[in-house]
Write a protein that binds this ligand. Sequence first.
Ligand SMILES: NC(=O)c1ccc[n+]([C@@H]2O[C@H](COP(=O)([O-])OP(=O)(O)OC[C@H]3O[C@@H](n4cnc5c(N)ncnc54)[C@H](OP(=O)(O)O)[C@@H]3O)[C@@H](O)[C@H]2O)c1
Length: 264
Amino acid sequence: MSLKLRIGIVGFGRMGRAIAIGLARASVDREFIAVNDKLPEAIDEARSRGFKTFTNLEDLALYSDIIVIAVKPRDVEDVAKNLREFVKGKKVVSIAALIKLNTLRELLPDADIYRAMPNIAVEVNKGFIALAPDDRKDTEVENLFKLLGEVEWVGEELLDILTFYSASTPAIVAELYDVFLLSALKAGLPYNIAKKAIAYVFQGVANLLQIKDVSTIRDSVITPKGVTIKAIEKLYTYGVKQVLLKALNDAFDEYSQLLEETKQ
Ligand SMILES: NC(=O)c1ccc[n+]([C@@H]2O[C@H](COP(=O)([O-])OP(=O)(O)OC[C@H]3O[C@@H](n4cnc5c(N)ncnc54)[C@H](OP(=O)(O)O)[C@@H]3O)[C@@H](O)[C@H]2O)c1
């Protein structure tokens, strides 16, 4: 899908950079990917990667058709104050966690406001990107994020949950991958082979899960008395799944408490 829109990204940190790189990988002309960051080193890096750079938000806003706010939640207000005068009628998409559509609309009353919750896999065009609000879907915003992965419009209330289960989860999955890697190294696989084999297992299973459920995949691998059932039996009898489930649930509960506190 070609995109003839100029995209302005405010904040060339981890996620802003991943979005810019993902768009370039999706064949968006780097001249059409504009970047602003308050750090001169970030601007230098963006320039060295061939992106268009602006050292002030006014110029970035005037250049861009869609503006993506990719700064930490605590910096959104400051960015919005500096954008406010220059985004009349423009589409502004905030990827910041926690900051609600209503707050963004108050901060940028003349802009057309959206929120997105991406994950870091946008860098390789395999992100999951939730967009809100789902009662005012916009084709240009959707087409922009489709270049970065799978897009789903959702009610805003789901974005907080997806912050945990989509935005944070790549870090947790990378930790799980690491367990397999360590075990494969201990068994004697050379590092490069182990790294590639396990990464492809994760990738292959992720693709299979789009057409098959967990038990179907499991049943097509297990042989009675074989090696797979021995490993799966240990996952249950050692309590690995229970512990993982408890860890995720407890972490989500702590995060929910934090959300409640930020509402008060
Ligand atoms: N990282 C993820 O996986 C992820 C996933 C989904 C959503 N998000 C959301 O994405 C946003 C960015 O997260 P991140 O992890 O990319 O953060 P980050 O790495 O800290 O990047 C933010 C960048 O914006 C810069 N910045 C701060 N204030 C600015 C301003 N007024 N004008 C221009 N640039 C400014 C920061 O500079 P300084 O470092 O000097 O402050 C930094 O370079 C957050 O709101 C987060 O909720 C992140």
